[in-house]
Design a binder for this molecule. Sequence first.
Ligand SMILES: *[C@@H]1O[C@H](CO)[C@@H](O)[C@H](O)[C@H]1NC(C)=O
Ligand SMILES: *[C@@H]1O[C@H](CO)[C@@H](O)[C@H](O)[C@H]1NC(C)=O
Ligand SMILES: *[C@@H]1O[C@H](CO)[C@@H](O)[C@H](O)[C@H]1NC(C)=O
Length: 352
Amino acid sequence: MKAFRVLVIFIFVLMAVNPQETKAAILHEKTRKLINQANQNGPYLGLVIPNLFEMNPLLESSNFEPRDLTIDFQGRRFRFGTIGEKQVILVMTGLGMLNSGVTTQLLLSLFDIEGVVHYGIAGNANPSLNIGDVTIPRYWSHLALWNWQRYGDGPDDELALEVNGDYTREIGYIKFANFSSNVTNCDAHDNLLNNVWYQPEEVFPIDGTPEERQHAFWVPVDDHYFKISEKLESLKLEGCINSTTCLSTTPKVATVLRGASASIYLDNAAYRNFIYEKFKVSPVEMESAAVALICLQQRIPFIIFRALSDLAGGGSAESNEAATFTSLAAMNSVTVVVEFIKHLSANPIQVA
Ligand SMILES: *[C@@H]1O[C@H](CO)[C@@H](O)[C@H](O)[C@H]1NC(C)=O
Ligand SMILES: *[C@@H]1O[C@H](CO)[C@@H](O)[C@H](O)[C@H]1NC(C)=O
Ligand SMILES: *[C@@H]1O[C@H](CO)[C@@H](O)[C@H](O)[C@H]1NC(C)=O
């Protein structure tokens, strides 16, 4: 008994001399309370946004009414407000697939979320679209989960670990030798980088069995959200950054077949053309597929709007257009998001 009491006192002393830990516990408790209170007022539409220059136009928009509530959690800031009649939570992810996946999962794990809207800017791989256009793809994929085939093997050779079902040759590959330049007077040439085979993601949906993988390559956006989005195609978008600098075409909202993501900044015309020819992707960027893959696994409806700000390497050789039209593209994506949310309020989800 005495020993027990000594142990208890010892633990109290330990806690007292470890203010770091105690502070963390109090912070955690306070945050938990805020989250619980927020969730009593839910559900919310979650707005997942890559960077500040894409979030700021929304924060500054008269259509966004901020509530006096933000919750910081594990390096992310969740901002509360309303757009039209919808209660929304805004959260910025930061660059790339890891950030966008983690942030989306945090949003869905912490809060009562009815659906996710992701928006931002993108490169364009589709020659029939232009800078300033806002694309709404039906499907998204992560295009950088690869099996890089050993030199000497070809399409008829099994990939490493293919036999276990870890990898597949079903989706297709890129052959580096096809991209050699300035090779004249020979009809066949080779490249030690050989072939890269595109792979689907392993996913673990909430209604599946934990640790039992499923696969996903093209992830569809929500049907109902997509139908609503089709009504936005007549929306008027901004075509000028100021009184003298305008786009050469009138920007438009376009539903398209596919978009693609990877943690790779694409500024290369050959690869841009290849993925357009092979996969029919229009917007090319660095976050959306991770948002899509998380929403797929959590069974949360989602939609993605990406405004084209550059040609992913398909423009002039000297300049990437992103610098000039980034702000215009970001603004146009915000215009579409706001309009979508207004339409969504007017057309709540029909239970099938
Ligand atoms: C490589 O180029 C050839 C000739 O243009 C084409 O037929 C083939 O489909 C290409 N292979 C890949 C994997 O892109
Ligand atoms: C390769 O060919 C292109 C176009 O024909 C030319 O502009 C470029 O200078 C060549 N590069 C080299 C390294 O010879
Ligand atoms: C409009 O924007 C362009 C590109 O940023 C700039 O070069 C030009 O000076 C601006 N013109 C005016 C009138 O502000």
